[in-house]
Design a protein around this ligand. Sequence first.
Ligand SMILES: Cc1cc2nc3c(=O)[nH]c(=O)nc-3n(C[C@H](O)[C@H](O)[C@H](O)COP(=O)(O)O)c2cc1C
Length: 339
Amino acid sequence: MTRIQVKPNPPHRFSVAPMMEWTDRHCRFFHRLLTRRALLYTEMVTTGAVLHGKRKDLIGFDPFEHPLALQLGGSDPGALAACAQIGAETGYDEINLNVGCPSDRVQEGRFGACLMAEPALVGECVAAMKAAVKVPVTVKCRIGIDEQDPEEALAIFADSVARAGADQLIVHARKAWLKGLSPRENRDVPPLDYGRVYRLKAAYPDLPVVINGGIASLEAAASHLDHVDGVMMGRAAYQEPWRLLEVDPLLFGEPAPFASPADAAVALIPHIERELAHGVRLAAITRHILGLFRGVPGARAFRRHLATHAVKPGAGAEVLVAALALVGGRMHEPDIAAA
Ligand SMILES: Cc1cc2nc3c(=O)[nH]c(=O)nc-3n(C[C@H](O)[C@H](O)[C@H](O)COP(=O)(O)O)c2cc1C
């Protein structure tokens, strides 16, 4: 008799957001040491770069990083389908389309957040990607752009991508203003509207909806899960990665991979040694762990030691060992009292 195994907690229940310059392969390797279950995303890679760039450098990854999603930027259905196929063949577990980035460079290429105004085209893109791969195809969007009414604009957008077969919608719960705000301001200035995302989920019970934007703790993440299928955390996960150590116990009911952030940092050493042997500089890896002890005694000394010494030519894992010796005292209080 065949037994169907239903996984009660799919990977999208908690994910770390795609972040340019931040979520590179070293960052993801480190995040994976902190949580076995979170879904990790690459930085956005444009279709042009995937098709014509140094592919191994751009989309290569370590199998340890699974489950892992590739985020693509583009608006040409054929190019997106080709890149989705390349991503799936490379081994990614999900292909995601960026409809949230507001930068000028991206607007000139007619992709990112400006596609919120072109739901039919995004539908064509999703349909083409779906036809090219078996892995889930997902879309990350905003609740609207510029003068759009999020109530109407997000409904039309979601309808188009759902009909095209999107497997999931990740919604950054604020508008993007394409003129007048920098990408950075566009992550803080437009007000958050979580209610709009909850209403979207209520309207699409069968479409997994993941909420993103301003989620600063796992306690907040857990409360969103009463309304939506998943939570995506960006800056809080990157700037204070110790939070990720609580993801598996608190959101997946599984033990944390390590007892403490320091243990996870020690476990990074074999990766560091492998990468240094291939010519990678220590700082390229340790820059992602500077916030690991934020808020506990010694955190500043840890950060300063790494920032000063990891950039020096020939710096090796001993710099991390010395930095770890500077951290002492109590560790962080858990976000939620024992799960
Ligand atoms: C440094 C940085 C780079 C980002 N790059 C991307 C990107 O490549 N693709 C994308 O969809 N969003 C990108 N974002 C937006 C995040 O994925 C996320 O939507 C946003 O930061 C809001 O979530 P948060 O408040 O949890 O950080 C970036 C954000 C930051 C801070």
